[in-house]
Design a protein around this ligand. Structure first.
Ligand code: FPP
Length: 246
């Protein structure tokens, strides 16, 4: 579904929010180009949008939100752009994300963090540890994340257990596979939002989105806010989800 701002305020049922919303934050570069700014200014504005959306999700009482901050493919961007995103990430891990801990927000990272700089890895482990007892909104940040890479890593881990004799091939159920993914223990996303008019999944949560609803909007990520999140939830709640049944 494509959603657009409208005259009347959206109406949502706060008792029936999707348990997990996943967001592909797209359009930072175009936002900057439209303003004659360098791409990294778009990522900075994108990080500020993320702050606002986390705040909005927390106020709504959402349980899980996963955001695609850096994909396994994003390393192909210019060295300068990758460095700018990594610097933003450093700042957010050190400062801005920390302020959410006081608001009962929990955070973790999905993806293969072993390719990130050592200081970033340390900050990630620290914030995961510091927030692990919070029971409000759980924000999952996808970093050096690719759905195929995640599945490959899960298959490798299961194959290792099979060769060691701790897992039988016939025991590899869908639940066992889910439990070997980075998102283990997290309910599958019920709603996926992608900004900036693109209608692709781009290797995001491939296994987990089997039954998800999709919402696409023309809004560029730096312009996205709580209001847009509420609009997407309204669209989601107006759909009839049947999971293949009647
Ligand atoms: C997509 O826009 C966005 C990214 C690849 C990076 C997402 C990063 C952020 C939202 C900011 C980072 C936040 C933290 C905390 C690290 P694009 O560059 O693909 O935009 P375009 O399609 O218009 O070029």
């Amino acid at each position: 579904m494509f959603f657009q701002k409208k005259e009347e305020a959206p109406v949502i049922d706060l008792e029936n929010l999707p348990k997990h919303i996943a967001i592909i934050m797209d359009g930072n570069g175009r936002w900057a180009t439209k303003r004659g700014l360098p791409r990294k200014a778009g990522h900075k504005a994108g990080a500020e949008a993320l702050e606002r959306v986390i705040e909005g999700a927390r106020e709504l009482g959402l349980q899980h939100m996963t955001v695609y901050a850096f994909s396994t493919e994003n390393w192909k961007r210019s060295e300068d752009e990758v460095a700018a995103i990594m610097d933003l990430l450093r700042q957010y891990l050190k400062n801005y994300f920390r302020k959410f801990l006081g608001d009962n927000v929990r955070m973790d990272v999905i993806g293969d963090i072993s390719r990130l700089d050592g200081d970033i890895q340390e900050q990630i482990l620290e914030i995961e540890e510091e927030s692990k007892h919070k029971d409000g909104l759980f924000v999952h940040i996808a970093l050096n994340y690719g759905g195929r890479d995640e599945i490959r890593r899960a298959v490798e881990e299961m194959a290792k257990k099979v060769s060691e004799g701790t897992l039988q091939p016939s025991d590899i159920s869908e639940d066992v596979i889910s439990a070997h993914l980075d998102t283990k223990g997290v309910p599958d996303p019920e709603l996926v939002i992608r900004t900036s008019g693109e209608e692709r999944i781009s290797n995001f949560l491939l296994w987990q989105i089997a039954y998800a609803e999709f919402c696409f909007t023309d809004t560029l990520w730096p312009d996205f806010g709580k209001e847009d999140l509420v609009l997407a939830i309204e669209g989601y709640q107006n759909r009839d989800r049947r999971f293949g049944g009647r």
